[in-house]
Ligand binder design. Structure first.
Ligand code: 6GU
Length: 239
């Protein structure tokens, strides 16, 4: 998969993708990141990328032309058609289903805004969809782009080792993850639940499922409405 980052700080997003699972996906050739800075496509000595909003008000709005030129340069760098995603608080909220969908594209162009926003005409003309990472305000789309890159990279075939298998993760089945323990068995902070030491794999699987269901019910009951629960799950929840 190829991801192009259009941003005034493309190196920032690339740095976020340099470590751990995402960095390894890059090394394995599963993910290629490219940065495009609208400043490099801006005119004049001052290389302006923003201007004051028509109608007045605080803040600055990013100009059409430098962004359009950067997006066009990104598109032209590879013949594969790209889906253009604008990271903004006005977007649809990112969840694991959306991550899976984005991860299925061969190419993404992630557009990061700064200042108060981007000229609406650029969004209308160049952007396929708008995505937000949550209901809070960030100073720019860069952190949100880094979130998308990370979430999408780990779903690329071969990005995770067996031990990191994505199917067991929180949200992959619509539920929160169960608690995890490692050595030592006895510690002044407490003992590891005995069932995990039983060697009984069926019992362990049942305990984990029950923990996942219980935590989801306590912390995120909204997720239970959407999760695909079996009859056995409903019995565990009722227990
Ligand atoms: Cl994608 N951008 C900005 N600036 N703020 C956000 C966001 C995105 N998602 C949540 N808050």
């Amino acid at each position: 998969m190829r991801i192009d980052i259009v941003s005034l700080f493309p190196e920032f997003v690339a740095q976020c993708a340099a470590f751990g699972v995402v960095g390894r996906a890059g090394e394995r050739g599963l993910l290629a990141l490219h940065g495009w800075n609208p400043r490099d496509y801006a005119e004049g000595n001052y290389r302006r990328v923003d201007d004051r909003p028509f109608g007045g008000g605080p803040g600055m709005v990013m100009l059409i032309e430098p962004l359009r030129a950067a997006i066009r340069a990104a598109r032209a760098a590879d013949p594969t058609p790209a889906r253009v995603v604008y990271l903004s608080p006005q977007g649809a909220r990112l969840d694991q289903a959306k991550v899976r969908e984005l991860a299925g594209h061969e190419r993404l162009i992630l557009l990061c805004g700064r200042y108060e926003g981007v000229d609406e005409r650029l969004i209308q003309a160049e952007v396929d969809e708008e995505v937000s990472i949550g209901d809070y305000v960030l100073s720019g789309g860069e952190l949100a782009a880094a979130v998308v890159v990370d979430a999408v990279a780990r779903l690329q075939e071969g990005a995770l080792n067996d031990a990191e298998s994505a199917v067991q993760d929180s949200f992959e089945d619509g539920l929160l993850d169960c608690p995890h323990y490692t050595r030592p068995v006895e510690h002044e902070l407490g003992a590891v639940p005995a069932v995990l030491m039983s060697g009984n794999h069926a019992l362990i699987a049942k305990w984990r499922r029950q923990q996942s269901l219980g935590r989801t019910w306590q912390r995120r009951p909204d997720l239970l409405d959407e999760a695909a629960l079996s009859k056995a799950d409903r019995q565990l929840l009722a227990a």
